[in-house]
Design a protein around this ligand. Structure first.
Ligand code: AMP
Length: 487
């Protein structure tokens, strides 16, 4: 199988755009999927973000849409011909930006619609006419209901990150959206895993799909230096400062397991004088996009984020990744640290390990990455009693100092409820959900001359579960409840 784009016979405007992107050869998912999508067949692809899957579906899709290319100003000449559905606003925005780049030398129009933003500019764009529409399901339904989007000429539909869409509880929305589409169409489904639910979704909506699987990498790059430090919960921020300072790190991703923890840590680090932004599900859309942009431009040093908000985002070559909490899911560890040490560059991944539950989670990571993990003691620069240095390690070994299992369980619920399993309307329309006043407080500007917060011994506010968080919905139950519309 060839991996050169030149063998694909892409139309000149697309080939030019690809060349301009600097792509030298196809990634494995591209080499496998592009020729199949060019034939118009349905595809069921197992691939994650970061594998080049956006180009894998959008280049052949644009190529096939070129026959409709026209310069007319009439909206009727630019109906929606391809629909790309994604679970989160950030992913929708990211994919839409890539599609715009690939289509820049064509006359095909593309647009993106997602919740949390004013509908009016989106409506105006839809009314002008677009051939490729990228959307999150909830907001798309709002536009369909408002008759801003007409989907009866759709030839291609892409269900991207389908497993996450089901996790979030978008199945009923997807079923409704798909019921508006012509039966004669090409459907492409991409998912990180082929769970039974995904297979059922594919069985209902795909016709004789070609299955494409790209080897899933659970390996961590050898260019990433990984350290696990035993650190008492209260010392984690201090430990973070210590490693940042000692290693001279300028920018890093800092991962936490819950959005409450995310907001709190970002505020504390901001108070410590570090340029910090937070990325979690309760941030407004505008704040989330600004935070990402500021990090990409280097205006922000630390991006404190939860897995759900950050997964799949295309930010590469971050010098370091910190895990303030050990992720509940070992695969998330691989995703988290995969953001550093790319393309041969060296990277640093530092994880702070606390009590007994962390020992189990670290054990799961060990199994997944097939490497023995050594939990080290962290030496601090400041004078501290010697016994304190090894305290974290001792506590880790003896299972002390971490929140009680019930507390961790609550954090797990928060983490899994981050954008997942919410009431659909609340997810679609942020203002419809009762907001937790904690998140309405404005960020405080960095207090440059403030004493390091770990010395101020500021106590974190008491933990409370946000009233926004609803129990996770059972996907299987949804399948039973709503009869899938076969097409
Ligand atoms: P995706 O998985 O589609 O989100 O793509 C991840 C990143 O890989 C994006 O920044 C793309 O621009 C980049 N990319 C996609 N295809 C290629 C390629 N063939 N060569 C180099 N980079 C690529």
């Amino acid at each position: 199988m060839t991996t050169s784009f030149s063998h694909l016979s892409l139309a000149e405007p697309l080939a030019r755009a690809v060349a301009e992107m600097g792509y030298e050869s196809m990634t494995p998912i591209q080499a496998q999927a592009i020729p199949v999508v060019l034939t118009g067949k349905d595809v069921m692809g197992a691939a994650q973000t970061g594998t080049g899957k956006t180009a894998a579906f959008s280049l052949p899709l644009l190529q096939r849409l070129l026959k409709h290319e026209n310069s007319s100003t009439s909206p009727a000449r630019h109906p929606v011909r391809a629909l790309v559905l994604l679970p989160t606003r950030e992913l929708a925005d990211q994919v839409a930006q890539q599609i715009k780049l690939y289509a820049k030398y064509t006359q095909l129009r593309s647009a993106v619609v997602f919740g949390g933003m004013d509908m009016k500019p989106q409506t105006a764009e839809l009314k002008r006419g677009v051939e490729v529409l990228v959307a999150t399901p909830g907001r798309l339904l709002d536009h369909i209901e408002a008759k801003n989007a007409v989907l009866n000429q759709v030839e291609y539909v892409v269900l991207d990150e389908a497993d996450r869409m089901l996790d979030i509880g978008f199945l009923p929305d997807l079923q409704r959206i798909l019921s508006y589409l012509p039966k004669q169409r090409t459907t492409l489904l991409f998912s990180a895993t082929f769970s039974p639910e995904i297979k059922r979704l594919a069985g209902s909506y795909l016709q004789d799909p070609i299955t494409i699987e790209v080897a899933r990498s659970n390996a961590t790059a050898s260019t990433v230096e990984q350290h696990f430090y035993g650190v008492n919960e209260d010392d984690k921020r201090r430990a973070l400062h210590q490693v940042l300072r000692r290693q001279g790190i300028k920018q890093a991703f800092v991962f936490v397991n819950s959005k409450l923890g995310c907001a709190r840590l970002a505020r504390s680090l901001d108070r410590d004088g570090l340029k910090t932004a937070a990325l979690h599900g309760d941030k407004s859309q505008d704040e989330r996009l600004k935070a990402l942009d500021a990090f990409k431009k280097g205006e922000v040093d630390l991006l404190v984020c939860t897995d759900v908000a950050a997964r799949g985002l295309d930010i590469k070559d971050v010098p370091a990744v910190f895990n303030m909490d050990i992720p509940f899911n070992a695969e998330d560890y691989v995703h988290r640290i995969g953001r550093t040490g790319r393309a041969g560059a060296s990277g640093l991944a530092v994880s702070f390990v606390g009590g007994n539950n962390d020992a189990r989670l670290v054990g799961e990571i060990e199994k997944l990455i097939k490497k023995k993990i050594e939990v080290e003691a962290l030496e601090y620069d400041e004078d501290r009693p010697r016994e304190r240095l090894n305290e974290g390690r001792r506590m880790y070994q003896q299972g002390e100092g971490r929140p009680a299992p019930r507390e961790r369980e609550r954090e797990r619920t928060e983490a899994s409820a981050e954008g997942y399993g919410r009431d659909r309307r609340a997810y679609r329309n942020h203002s419809a959900a009762p907001r937790d006043p904690f998140f309405d407080q404005p960020y405080q500007a960095p207090a440059v001359d403030a004493a390091p917060a770990w010395e101020a011994a500021a106590k974190a506010p008491a933990r409370a579960i946000s009233s926004n968080i609803k129990p996770k919905r059972k996907v299987a139950a949804l399948f039973k409840a709503a009869d899938p519309v076969t097409s």
